[in-house]
Write a protein that binds this ligand. Structure first.
Ligand code: ACM
Length: 550
């Protein structure tokens, strides 16, 4: 049947849509017990992944074999292709040849191959042993639009045990996303083992109770909550991600969002303003006034923390937060005021910049690059630093115009904690209403930027903050299906937002839901939440029209 839909490969329901498809043709290419796998040097990660994944789903053994024999799945590199690009050739009576511009391209091509093999390819045991495993003959050429295709996972507000993070990496890979931004520290919890400072996790990883819903909600979960990743856990997460060509970007948020650290080590706080020994890991939501003291002790402490973080995370970028740092304590603190005078700073905003610039230099001296939330622009930004633009596009535009790299993640478009339908049935409905279609029509590069400035947009990221996502099922519900739309925005070369063919996307989503079902993803169904997905009686927004942030 000719493929008459808008996007190449529409009939197969490929998500994200590839650049071009020649086919599908009438005849099928079959994989079976006799199919060999020929993996050229540099493609071992994908060979390993294919044996594990297709071996589990279909019982295919995929033994090694020569690249020039028939009935072979050939993995090869061709540097003429873009590094993350690939060509997938499925030829009947011959086999499948998957060529990548680099190892990552081969891996993304393998994700497409899995989609072409149907939803059973997403299961972990064969449902019908012996039934043919086949895909239509065709050639697909593909490459991503952006190099940074990310998701933020907030493991501070609600801890997600390690297995959940590994599962998340599998789900990112299936959508050709390649950055996991791990928000590891916040007022409500510290989640990374730091050997030099054991109280960070002994005290800082646990809170006594948790606000349920919006901070104005009267409800509390009186159970203690917490957890943290050991250094071995994080090495495992990073290695598991690397095999999937995903970079894990760690975030240590400072100088705000730091109450868990101050609860563990009270001398980190503004001790001349309040008795920080009485502070506990925070149990509710919002912007917290208890911020780090601008002292040499604080700088040395966080340098020591970051030394261990750099040892765990090879990512070129390290995120140091920099968002939502109220300045009231610094205004009231003689120590902070003395520091402002000593450094001849104009005020508290410049004190925040001083913090950021310190770690910017510290990171670049160690061959890494700082990235932070767009507030870090406010007092001037050091060269080489990059910005996560979350308060809309403005920060990203200003950063790109001044030559800084940007990751676009505006809260108005791609904050996945925000509700996805106006219905009162949405569980704990915080934030803006942002539907699947809204995310599909999100454009990461604003029209204000020239081509040269737009080249500073490294890519885009969807952010899953977890104040109201206390379980993996709740996380799944908020993230899916919108992450599928987001993945297409980040990977595919879509037309301008108004011209995007959302109907075609929803037709492909019908196929994709079967994949998500096979993967066991508790997504929001198109018709709204299933009964157990509702949270009646838990306050999301206090009043309509109130600021969207929890
Ligand atoms: C943020 O949402 N505070 C980055």
């Amino acid at each position: 049947m000719p493929d008459t839909d808008t996007h190449p490969g529409a009939g197969a329901g490929l998500i994200p849509a590839p650049l071009s498809v020649d086919g599908p043709h009438r005849c099928a290419v079959r994989l079976g017990n006799g199919t060999a796998l020929a993996a050229a040097p540099g493609t071992e990660d994908t060979a390993h992944w294919l044996r594990a994944t297709l071996g589990a789903a279909f019982g295919l053994p995929l033994p090694p074999g020569p690249a020039d024999a028939t009935d072979t799945l050939v993995l090869a590199l061709d540097p003429a292709l873009p590094p993350e690009g690939y060509r997938l050739e499925a030829v009947s009576r011959w086999g499948v040849r998957l060529t990548g511009g680099g190892p990552a391209g081969v891996f993304w091509g393998a994700q497409t191959l899995r989609q072409l093999l149907g939803p059973y390819a997403f299961r972990r045991a064969p449902l019908a042993p012996g039934s043919p495993v086949a895909l239509p003959a065709q050639t697909i050429e593909d490459a991503p639009r952006f190099a940074w295709r990310g998701m933020l996972l907030d493991v501070a507000r609600h801890f997600l045990p390690k297995d959940g993070v590994l599962r998340c990496l599998d789900l990112l890979a299936a959508h050709k996303l390649n950055v996991l931004h791990l928000h590891l520290t916040d007022d409500q919890g510290w989640r990374v083992e730091i050997r030099r400072y054991p109280e960070l996790t002994r005290t800082g990883a646990w809170r006594a109770r948790t606000k349920i819903g919006h901070r104005a909600s009267p409800l509390w979960d009186e159970r203690p909550h917490g957890g943290y990743y050991t250094q071995d856990d994080l090495r495992e997460i990073v290695a598991y991600a690397a095999r999937r060509h995903i970079t894990v970007v760690p975030e240590i948020d400072l100088p705000g969002h730091s109450q868990a650290a101050i609860a563990a080590y009270p001398e980190l706080g503004n001790t001349d303003v309040l008795d920080t020994t009485s502070l506990q890991v925070w149990d509710t939501w919002g912007v917290n006034p208890n911020v780090l003291a601008p002292t040499d002790n604080t700088l040395r402490f966080y340098e020591h923390v970051l030394e261990e973080v750099l040892d765990l995370f090879p990512s070129p970028f390290v995120h140091i937060g920099g968002d939502e740092c109220p300045k009231d304590q610094w205004r009231a603190s003689a120590t902070a005021q003395a520091r402002i005078a000593e450094l001849s700073l104009a005020g508290e905003d410049e004190l925040q910049s001083w913090f950021i610039r310190h770690f910017d230099r510290w990171l670049s001296d160690r061959g890494r690059r700082l990235i932070g939330w767009d507030e870090i622009l406010e007092g001037g930004l050091a060269e080489g630093a990059a910005v996560s633009s979350w308060r809309g596009y403005a920060g990203g535009i200003a950063a790109a115009k001044s030559g800084h790299d940007v990751v676009m993640c505006p809260e108005q478009q791609v904050y996945l904690d925000h509700r996805q339908d106006p219905s009162p049935d949405e569980p704990v409905p915080i934030g803006f209403v942002r539907t699947l279609e809204d995310v599909y029509r999100f454009e990461p590069v604003p029209p204000e930027l020239t081509a040269e400035q737009a080249a500073h947009v490294l890519g885009t990221q969807a952010n899953a903050w977890t104040e109201v996502m206390d379980t993996q099922a709740r996380l799944d519900y908020q993230v899916f299906p919108r992450l599928a739309a987001f993945a297409e925005v980040a990977w595919s070369r879509l037309p301008a937002p108004a011209d995007r063919d959302y109907q075609d996307f929803t037709r492909r989503m019908a196929v994709h839901y079967a994949r998500l079902d096979a993967l066991g993803v508790d997504y929001r169904p198109p018709g709204g939440p299933r009964p157990w997905q509702k949270r009646p009686g838990v306050l999301g927004r206090p009043i309509d029209g109130a600021p969207p942030n929890v």
